[in-house]
Each structure stands twice: as C-alpha cells, then as structure tokens.
Design a protein around this ligand. Structure first.
Ligand SMILES: [Zn+2]
Length: 141
C-alpha cells in the first residue's frame, strides 16, 4: 500500500489517500475517480511528499506477544549477566549460605542460587534479605 498526500487544486484541501500502488493512483486519476471531499473537484494532484510504504501484513498478536516476550527475556538475561558478574553462585546451598553470611558475618559480595519458596519465607522471617527473580535456563537459548 502507498499513502499519498493529495491536494485539491480548486479548494486547496489536503487529504491522505491509500492506493495499492502508484499505478493505481494514475489509473484512478485518469478515470477521474479521484475527487475532492470538499468541492467534488477532480483536479486532484499528489503533493510532492515522498510516498510512505506500509507492509501488507499487519502484525499479528502472536508476533507482538513474541516481541514483548523477547524484550522481557532480554531484560532478564541482562540482569542474570549482572548477577553472574557480581554475585557468587552457591547453587542449591542458597539458604545455607545466606544464613552463614547473616549469622557469621561471612564476607560476601552477594550470592545467588536456588531456593524454594519455603526457604525464602523462612529467610525473610529471620530478617535475611533475599529476593526471588525470574531466571532463564541457559539451555533455553
Ligand atoms: Zn476541493
């Protein structure tokens, strides 16, 4: 589809119109099918503006969803990268390690690992600050 800005030579009305192609525009104009909404004049001309193109297929919901998902996924991946660079991985020992940092004053730049919801709940009750984040398995790439 091509969008042209058209102008009526009689009343100066400017309006946008869509055509399947530039040929279609010429064809309609020749047959005097193009007329002004305002004064009904057929003296319609294209303004010199470059035509704008649009793809035939509108984005489907699926594509939009996938794009959104990819954006979220990228955000999580960036976050994961940050965590990997700045935190120590403790695997399934997360709750244990978190406690030893908390109770023994063990020095740590921060840890990450797997913990169950129950673990997190218990840690929270003990005043240990732990956060659950979405994590994408590398294998999903
Ligand atoms: Zn007109």
């Amino acid at each position: 589809m091509i969008k042209y800005k058209l102008i009526c030579k009689d009343c100066d009305l400017k309006f946008d119109s869509w055509f399947a192609s530039s040929n279609e525009y010429e064809r309609l104009k020749k047959k005097k099918f193009l007329n002004c909404h305002n004064c009904n004049s057929v003296k319609i001309e294209k303004t010199i503006m470059a035509p704008q193109l649009i793809s035939h297929k509108p984005k489907t919901d699926e594509k939009v969803k996938l794009e959104k998902y990819n954006i979220v996924k990228k955000t999580i991946k960036d976050y994961q990268k940050f965590i990997k660079n700045n935190f120590d991985y403790v695997g399934d020992n997360f709750a244990y390690e978190a406690r030893s940092i908390h109770y023994n004053g063990k020095k740590s730049k921060g840890i990450y690992g797997s913990a169950s919801k129950e673990d997190l709940k218990e840690l929270k009750e003990e005043g240990i600050d732990a956060q659950m984040i979405s994590w994408i398995d590398e294998k999903e790439n």
